[in-house]
Design a protein around this ligand. Structure first.
Ligand SMILES: [Zn+2]
Length: 453
């Protein structure tokens, strides 16, 4: 079987799974079969030198129609703060993006109130269409049934709810910045409708699928003025339709997540090959590159539906590993695709079809990963809109070390410590090297830092 055929078959199998099960915006799959290559370009660099670039983590939650999950998610984000420092995002409660499936919320005052609460808390409220349509015929992404007018209506109607005042039953946004396509199915009509509705960014394109992208050199957010090379790869692979360049539209890359290789298992607390586990369940997973899905649906759901059916420790390991890859590389933002509904009970019950996790397990994944991330002084959780705004006017990271140097600890580039009353930052990987001891030390003195709040 040639590569293209294998890929097409995998797309089909996956689409069958999701379409049968639930209305969610999954369908993010790595495409490890590609052998085509692209040149590295400017999008693979932060606009600032990497050592003064924040390590952004940006969570995006879809649908948001489940009261318990949305309630827990908002409380969780508010329960933690970014690390200390003197930049705009330091010390702030965590902020995330929420992509709303609008129509069912119109008649659910409880859900509407939660969306307003999210806005009031400073989260980014985005458009996930009015009725969550899947614009494919027979699961074929190249065969679309929606007209340009239908796409306009999907996006305009949802925007109208988000922009209407609270008195008129809306959410009261001043503008809608972001969009995610249901099932990640988009085409020319989708992009035209986004642009016509003055939406600033999309977060639906494939990303991280080229062989050159190894987790340390991923793309930063970029405008689609020159299109997207990874979209073009998907077009060549036969699973995305061609689209026009969009000079003013930003793309937030939602990268494939790389599963920790066997050599790293001990570091991430696993006693078995996670790549083998996923390969035994997901036919199109490439255990050599380790590139797998990003969306939580794909990580947790039933293998019979085309997902990996992973457990709590597995997903924590994947999230941590991908953060560590970025911290050792170009610090491209770690963008995660999530569904707030999966972090709450459904009428008091567990979710159907997540064989190795409970609601409590999935909540602990977010808690454990977030606490790990927040132990890194350069990490800043921001919503997608804040990320785009930062790209337009980047501000240097200013850290404030809070941890004492520990002889037994291993430090990565950018980690900070205090020692003998001074503050230090690691210029490269180091362990068992006392700060300030000699010239050409991995530890350099730093100063600026705000008091903790
Ligand atoms: Zn969705």
């Amino acid at each position: 079987m040639n590569k293209k055929m294998r890929l097409k078959r995998s797309r089909f199998a996956q689409s069958v799974g999701i379409t049968a099960i639930l209305s969610s915006s999954m369908l993010f799959v790595a495409s490890p079969s590609f052998s085509e290559t692209i040149a590295l370009d400017a999008s693979q660099h932060s606009p600032l030198p990497v050592d003064i670039t924040p390590m952004f983590i940006s969570l995006g939650f879809d649908d948001n129609l489940d009261v318990d999950g949305m309630t827990w998610t908002l409380a969780f984000l508010n329960s933690r703060k970014n690390p200390q420092g003197a930049d705009a995002f330091a010390n702030a409660p965590l902020s995330a993006s929420f992509f709303m499936h609008c129509n069912p919320a119109r008649t659910d005052e409880h859900v509407l109130q939660l969306w307003r609460n999210a806005k009031t808390a400073g989260h980014d409220i985005g458009n996930h269409t009015e009725t969550h349509p899947d614009d494919k015929v027979n699961w074929n992404p190249l065969d679309n049934w929606m007209t340009a007018e239908a796409w306009q209506e999907e996006i305009t109607r949802c925007n109208a709810l988000l922009l209407a005042s609270e008195e008129k039953g809306g959410i009261g946004l001043e503008s809608v910045s972001g969009f995610r396509a249901p099932f990640l199915t988009y085409n020319e009509n989708t992009l035209s409708a986004i642009a016509a509705n003055k939406i600033t960014y999309d977060v639906s394109f494939p990303a991280g699928i080229t062989p050159e992208h190894d987790g340390t050199n991923n793309y930063w957010p970029h405008t689609l003025h020159d299109g997207s090379k990874e979209h073009d790869l998907a077009v060549n692979g036969g699973w995305k339709p061609p689209v026009s360049e969009q000079p003013s539209l930003w793309e937030v890359p939602l990268h494939t997540l790389i599963v920790p290789p066997d050599a790293e298992l001990e570091k991430y607390g696993l006693a078995y090959s996670l790549r083998d586990k996923i390969a035994s369940r997901v036919p199109w997973f490439d255990a050599v590159s380790g590139k797998g899905d990003n969306f939580d649906w794909n990580l947790y759901s039933e293998p019979a539906w085309g997902a990996a059916g992973l457990n709590e420790d597995d997903v924590v390991a994947i999230y941590k590993y991908n953060l560590d890859l970025r911290l050792s590389g170009n610090k491209a933002p770690l963008v995660l695709g999530l569904h707030s509904g999966f972090y709450g009970y459904v009428n008091g019950q567990e979710h159907f079809g997540m064989p190795e996790t409970t609601v409590e397990n999935r909540r602990r994944v977010l808690e454990r990963f977030t606490d790990y991330a927040l132990s890194k002084s350069s990490v800043r959780f921001v919503n997608h809109k804040q990320l785009i705004d930062w790209m337009k006017a980047p501000e240097a990271l200013v850290v404030c070390p809070s941890e004492e140097w520990d002889v037994y600890e291993t430090y990565q580039t950018g980690d900070t410590v205090t020692y003998n009353g001074e503050k230090y930052k690691a210029s490269w990987w180091t362990t068992q090297q006392m700060p300030g001891l000699y010239d050409n030390s991995p530890w350099s003195l730093i100063d600026a830092c705000s008091p903790s709040s």
